[in-house]
Design a protein. Structure first.
Length: 564
C-alpha cells in the first residue's frame, strides 16, 4: 500500500493514509472511527462512511472504533444504539474491543472546559439561543460581543460549576468559547460548548444536566481515543478550524480531520430528521420498512451486505457533492443476488391451466436447476400435475404481433416441463377469463420436441395441487421524484411520496419455499429477486420483492436511457 505507485490508484483519503504511513507521521498507526449519533437508524449514506472507515483500517493494518456520539439526551435512545450495532455487524465489520461512547468522556470533557475557562478562553453567557443567533452576525456583517463576554475567570468558573449542579433552568445559560466575533468563519464566533438540559440520558441517567455540543465533544472524543484520521463528510469542512482550535488551545493530542462527499441517492431522502418524520407520521411501517433507505429496511427487503459494500466501492470517495442513480445500487444488488440466490418458481397473479390430456389424479416430479450461475447448487424436484397456475399476464386471447407467450392455438414451453398448446378459454358470466384448457406433448419432457419444432416462449408455473399460498409485497420507489426535496410551492418532500410504492398480491409458490427462512433470498424465475420477510413463517409465507430483473443501469451505461 505504500509508495507513490500504489498511491496513484487510491482515492484521496487512502492516498493520505498511505503517505502518512510512508512518512511515519503517526508512528505506523492507523486508527479511524465511525461515530454515529444514536438518534435514528442508519441509512445507506452511513454505509458509505462505515465501509470507508472500517475499510481503511482493514486495508492498512489499523483499527476502527465504533463510537456513539451520545451527547443529546433528548433525541437519543438505546433502541438506536442496538440497531446501529446490528447494522454495522451485518455489513460485515467488527470493531473488536473498540466500542466507545461519548458519554464515557463527560467528566474529562468537563475538566477540559474548566481548563479553557481558567485560561480565559471560555465564558458563561446568559443570552438566549435566539439572542445568540442574532449576536452572531452574518457572512457580510461581523458578530456582536455578548455583554457577558468579559466576566471574570472566577465568575465563569463559579457559574459553570453551578450549571453542572443544576441550579439553573434549561436554556438560561451556556458555556461559550471566547474566540473572535469578527471571524470570517461563523463557526468561530464564540461557539456554544455546553447547554443546560435537564433530561435523563440513556446511559448516565440524571447524573448530568449540562451536555456538550457536537463541535466541542467531537474533537475531544477523537483526541482521547488517539484517532489518526478523523474522516467526516463535507458539511464539517467549515467546522475544521474550530476542531483544530479547541485541541490546540488545550494542548491535546490532535488527529487529522479529512472531509469527503456524503452520499446522495435518487428517489430517496438521506436526512434522519426526515426519515423520523416518515416513521412518526405513519407514511411507512417503521424504520425497517423495506421502502426505507435504512440499512435495516434494506436488509428486510433482501439486500445483501456484499451488494452494499460493492456499491460503496463503485461510487468511490471524492470531494464534491453529487447524486448517485438508484439504478447503480440496484445493479450491484442484481450482480450479487444473481450469483447467490436459489431459483424458484412463483406465480404472482395466478391463472388456472388444465392439461386436459394429462391423467387425472397423477403427478410427477421434474428436475429444476437451483442456480445456473453456481455449478455446485445442484437441482431440486418440482411437482407437475393436471392443474397448474401460470402468470395471468402470460396469456392474451387476442395477442399483438410481438406477444410470443400463450394464446389460443399457440404452443409454448413450461419451464423444466413440457410443451403445451392452448385449446380452449373458459370465462365467467361477466366475460372474465377463469381458466385455460391446454394439451401437452409427453415427448417434450424437460427438453425440445423430438421432431425439432420450436417455440418462442418459456413460461414459469406451479402445480395447483402442490402450490403454497403466499403474501407477496411488490415494492417500488418511496418517492415519485428523483429529488424528493424539490417539492412545489408551499409543499415539502412528503408531497412527493409515491402512492403506489407498495402493492400486495396473493401468490402461489412452489412447495420448496415452505422451508424459506426469514430474510432468505430467492430469484422468482422471470419475475425478480425476492426475500422472505422477517415475519414470514410456515403458517404465513410473506415475500418482499427486492428488485426486478430489468437492469436500468446497463441501459444507462449503453446510452439507451438518458438520465440528467
Amino acid at each position: 500500500m505504500q509508495g507513490s505507485d500504489s498511491q496513484a490508484g487510491l482515492d484521496f483519503v487512502r492516498a493520505i493514509v498511505a503517505e502518512d504511513l510512508e512518512t511515519d507521521k503517526w508512528g505506523g498507526r492507523v486508527v479511524t472511527r465511525f461515530p454515529p449519533e444514536p438518534n435514528g437508524y442508519l441509512h445507506i449514506g452511513h454505509a458509505k462512511s462505515i465501509c470507508l472507515n472500517f475499510g481503511i483500517a482493514a486495508e492498512f493494518g489499523g483499527t476502527c472504533h465504533l463510537r456513539f456520539d451520545d451527547t443529546n439526551p433528548e433525541k437519543e435512545e438505546q433502541e438506536y444504539v442496538n440497531s446501529i450495532i446490528e447494522d454495522v455487524r451485518w455489513l460485515g465489520w467488527d470493531w473488536g474491543e473498540h466500542l466507545y461512547y461519548g458519554s464515557d468522556y463527560f467528566e474529562q470533557m468537563y475538566e477540559y472546559a474548566v481548563q479553557l475557562a481558567k485560561a480565559g478562553k471560555a465564558y458563561v453567557c446568559d443570552l438566549t439561543a435566539e439572542q445568540i443567533r442574532e449576536y452572531r452576525g452574518t457572512l457580510t456583517k461581523r458578530g456582536t460581543d455578548s455583554p457577558y463576554r468579559n466576566r471574570s475567570i472566577e465568575e465563569n468558573l463559579d457559574l459553570f460549576e453551578r450549571m453542572r449542579k443544576g441550579e439553573f433552568p434549561d436554556g438560561s445559560r451556556t458555556l461559550r468559547a471566547k474566540i473572535d466575533m469578527g471571524h470570517p468563519n461563523l463557526n468561530m464566533r464564540d461557539p456554544v460548548m455546553y447547554r443546560i438540559v435537564h433530561a435523563e440520558h440513556h446511559r448516565t441517567g440524571d447524573k448530568w444536566c449540562i451536555y456538550p455540543m457536537y463541535d466541542w465533544a467531537h474533537g475531544l472524543e477523537d483526541s482521547v481515543e488517539k484517532i489518526t484520521h478523523s474522516i467526516c463528510t463535507l458539511e464539517f469542512e467549515n467546522h475544521r478550524p474550530l476542531y483544530d482550535w479547541f485541541l490546540d488551545e488545550l494542548g491535546a493530542y490532535h488527529p487529522q480531520q479529512i472531509e469527503f462527499a456524503r452520499l446522495n441517492l435518487t428517489y430517496t431522502v438521506m436526512s434522519k430528521r426526515k426519515l423520523l418524520r416518515l416513521v412518526r407520521e405513519g407514511c411507512v411501517g417503521g424504520w425497517d420498512d423495506p421502502r426505507m433507505p435504512t440499512i435495516s429496511g434494506m436488509r428486510r427487503r433482501g439486500y445483501s451486505p456484499a451488494a452494499i459494500r460493492q456499491f460503496c466501492t463503485r461510487i468511490g470517495v471524492n470531494k464534491f457533492n453529487s447524486t448517485v442513480d438508484m439504478a447503480l445500487l440496484e445493479h450491484c444488488l442484481r450482480e450479487d443476488l444473481n450469483k447467490t440466490s436459489p431459483r424458484v418458481m412463483a406465480v404472482l397473479r395466478p391463472l388456472k391451466v388444465v392439461i386436459t390430456n394429462y391423467p387425472e389424479g397423477q403427478s410427477e416430479e421434474l428436475d429444476a436447476v437451483n442456480n445456473p450461475e453456481d455449478a455446485e447448487a445442484g437441482t431440486r424436484k418440482v411437482p407437475f400435475s393436471r392443474e397448474l397456475y401460470i402468470e395471468r399476464e402470460d396469456f392474451m386471447e387476442e395477442p399483438p404481433k410481438k406477444f410470443f407467450r400463450l394464446a389460443p392455438g399457440r404452443e409454448v414451453r413450461l419451464r423444466y416441463a413440457y410443451f403445451v398448446t392452448c385449446t380452449n378459454v373458459v370465462k365467467d358470466e361477466a366475460g372474465n377469463i377463469t381458466e385455460l384448457h391446454c394439451t401437452y406433448d409427453p415427448a417434450t419432457r424437460g427438453g425440445d420436441a423430438p421432431d425439432g419444432r420450436k417455440v418462442k416462449a418459456t413460461l414459469h408455473w406451479v402445480s395447483a395441487a402442490h402450490a403454497l399460498e403466499a403474501e407477496v409485497r411488490l415494492y417500488d420507489n418511496l418517492f415519485t421524484e428523483e429529488n424528493p426535496d424539490e417539492a412545489g410551492e408551499g409543499e415539502d418532500f412528503v408531497s412527493n411520496l409515491n402512492p403506489n410504492s407498495l402493492e400486495t398480491v396473493s401468490a402461489r409458490v412452489e412447495p420448496s419455499l415452505a422451508a424459506a427462512k426469514p430474510l432468505g433470498r430467492y430469484q422468482f424465475e422471470r419475475l425478480g429477486y425476492f426475500c422472505a420477510d422477517a415475519e414470514s413463517s410456515k403458517e404465513k409465507l410473506i415475500f418482499n420483492r427486492t428488485v426486478t430483473l430489468r437492469d436500468e443501469w446497463v441501459k444507462i451505461q449503453k446510452g439507451q436511457t438518458h438520465k440528467p
